[in-house]
Design a binder for this molecule. Structure first.
Ligand code: MG
Ligand code: MG
Length: 250
């Protein structure tokens, strides 16, 4: 289904959903420390969302067994929370989805556990986040998917980062994944046209090595083939007449 122009009520529900999501990611960002496990993070999300009154959007989606994806080091996305303690210096991505009044938002961020002085890791994280904002910056009524893709690609290519190709951004709202796909590389002036009132998830995934990925034996976790570290940032964004509104901002 191509993502629909949302009604005022649907947008209002997505604002609430997005703020619940942001509140929880912010809490994870604050609490993250060595020796925490993926299960600890998952329990934090469950506890907080129950208190806020939202519903988990990922649990059971195509059979996904948890409420949040926790992807460590060479894991790009879709890591399943486990009991393995995180280590100082690990680079961890958290990808989470919330449903409220039937409307879904989707957001992710990447952070190093503890402190790191490794400049390559900081460059990977910073540039991946910057590329997401570069994609958001070109949004407005009538923007084409290729315009977004090109803006993201420009930032990542300049830093010579691997741009994951098989995984892409997407429309979002009534469902977690709505058409169109929004790749993180492309040609400006091409692709579907997006309109004022549509809601999309922009989510660059980049690596310090090559862009090739593989699926783990658990059937979910996606890793870099060459074992290089990877980062992932994502916001759900409402396209407006002259720009955009980030619904999952924190
Ligand atoms: Mg996501
Ligand atoms: Mg997404």
């Amino acid at each position: 289904m191509f993502t629909r122009v949302k009604t005022a009520d649907e947008i209002a529900a997505m604002r609430i959903s997005g703020q619940m999501l942001a509140t929880i990611l912010k809490q994870i960002d604050k609490d993250l420390s060595p020796d925490m496990t993926g299960i600890d993070i998952s329990q934090l999300a469950k506890r907080e969302l129950r208190a806020l009154g939202g519903q988990h959007a990922f649990l059971g989606y195509q059979g996904f067994p948890d409420v949040i994806c926790v992807s460590v080091n060479d894991e790009v996305v879709h890591g399943i929370p486990d009991k393995q303690p995180l280590n100082e210096g690990d680079i961890v991505s958290f990808d989470y989805g919330v449903q409220y009044n039937g409307m879904i938002t989707d957001s992710a961020f990447t952070k190093v556990v503890g402190n790191t002085l490794e400049s390559d890791i900081m460059r990977l994280i910073k540039s991946t986040e910057q590329s997401m904002y570069a994609g958001i910056d070109v949004l407005k009524d009538g923007v084409r998917v290729g315009d977004i893709a090109t803006a993201i690609e420009r930032v990542l290519a300049k830093e010579k980062l691997g741009i994951v190709r098989e995984l892409v951004g997407h429309g979002v709202g009534h469902h977690i994944h709505e058409d169109p796909n929004i790749p993180n590389y492309g040609e400006s002036g091409t692709g579907p046209v997006l309109l004022n009132g549509m809601t999309i998830a922009i989510e660059p995934m980049a690596t310090l090595g090559d862009h090739d990925i593989m699926i783990d034996s658990d059937g979910w976790t996606i890793r870099t083939q060459d074992g290089s570290l990877s980062a992932h940032f994502e916001h759900t964004v409402l396209i407006t007449a002259n720009g955009s509104e980030i619904l999952t901002a924190w």
